[in-house]
Design a protein around this ligand. Structure first.
Ligand code: OKP
Ligand code: ZN
Length: 304
């Protein structure tokens, strides 16, 4: 299994963020997230970690309108849909490196048929064709999926706690890309009412109540896997967010660390060339073990 991460992700280094109550609080989407995940998986014998270099404009252009890319590059901020799309001096370069990291990992998956993990940061699934926000600027998973869809039908499974409204905006109504998403019900949770209820024949939304139990979660996961099998894809892209862990400060279903191994096993059971793309997950002390268990589960050949 190959793990890619953008060398320059730390150019995007928010210190504080809107606390949703009219004030400022500590930033959650920080460089330490990548370091925590790398520390958790580094000793796995079956992975090779590959840092990726500067971003390529073409990777953002695959899924975003030119004005939106320029908006972020110049720091204008017109495309931001909320307070969590702040553009800092290093944001554009980090976000572009992040989307290219995902596409490079997709190139590896297409070439080898093996599994790859793109440790992208900043994340991407709230970025749509012409908008961004929720810590996201360019949609890493969507750009990678679009690349893969040129080679064959591609299913995206979004397992982040928050609904991937950007990914759904980009791919709604496409016949060759399926988007299945398990998330905490909006409008209660981010992204809120304005971005919920995207309906199209190729979108399968499986909203769960806040604090849904592990039992309910794995039921939803089985439904998601059925929908993916019925689509007969050639590739699988998984938007993974460790904010589904019960102790995450921004989310939390009733999942504990060992559940990530089972998630990995269930994903592996599809038998598809798979690309994992990092989205959320904000408990810095928990990210490493979640990632480690997920990758071990993906490697459990033939289990479950
Ligand atoms: C990004 B990802 C509201 C806080 C909202 C923004 C959440 C962005 C989540 N009290 N914070 O999907 O993990
Ligand atoms: Zn999230």
């Amino acid at each position: 299994m190959r793990v890619f991460y953008p060398k320059s992700h730390a150019l995007h280094r928010p210190k504080a963020e809107d606390d949703g109550k009219g004030g400022r609080g500590r930033a959650y989407e920080v460089p330490q997230r990548v370091h925590s995940i790398l520390a958790g998986i580094r000793s796995l014998p079956f992975i090779r970690i590959v840092p990726t270099g500067p971003g390529r404009l073409c990777d953002a252009k695959r899924v975003h309108l030119p004005w939106m890319i320029a908006d972020i590059r110049k720091g204008i901020g017109k495309g931001a849909i909320d307070a969590w799309g702040e553009i800092l001096p290093g944001t554009y370069r980090a976000a572009l490196a992040s989307v290219t990291c995902a596409v490079r990992a997709a190139e590896f998956v297409a070439k080898t048929g093996e599994t790859a993990y793109a440790l992208t940061r900043p994340p991407g699934h709230h970025a749509g064709r012409n908008f961004y926000g929720g810590y996201c600027y360019f949609n890493n998973a969507a750009s990678a999926a679009k690349f893969l869809a040129e080679k064959g039908r591609t299913a995206i499974l979004d397992l982040d706690y928050h609904m991937g409204n950007g990914t759904q905006d980009i791919f709604k109504w496409r016949k060759d890309i399926l988007v299945v998403s398990i998330h905490a019900e909006t409008p209660v949770e981010y992204p809120g009412e304005a971005y919920t209820e995207i309906t199209a024949p190729n979108l399968v939304n499986l909203p769960l109540p806040l604090k849904a139990s592990g039992k309910l979660y794995f039921k939803a996961l089985e439904m998601a896997l059925s929908a993916i099998r019925a689509f007969h894809p050639r590739f699988l892209v998984v938007s993974i967010g460790y904010d589904i862990h019960c102790s995450d400060p921004q989310g939390g279903f009733g999942l504990v660390s060992r559940d990530f191994r089972r998630i990995g096993q269930r994903l592996q059971s599809l038998g598809l060339p798979t690309l994992l793309v990092q989205e959320g997950g904000y408990h810095l002390g928990m990210l490493g073990s979640c990632a480690r268990k997920l990758l071990i589960g993906l490697q459990d050949k033939g289990k479950r």
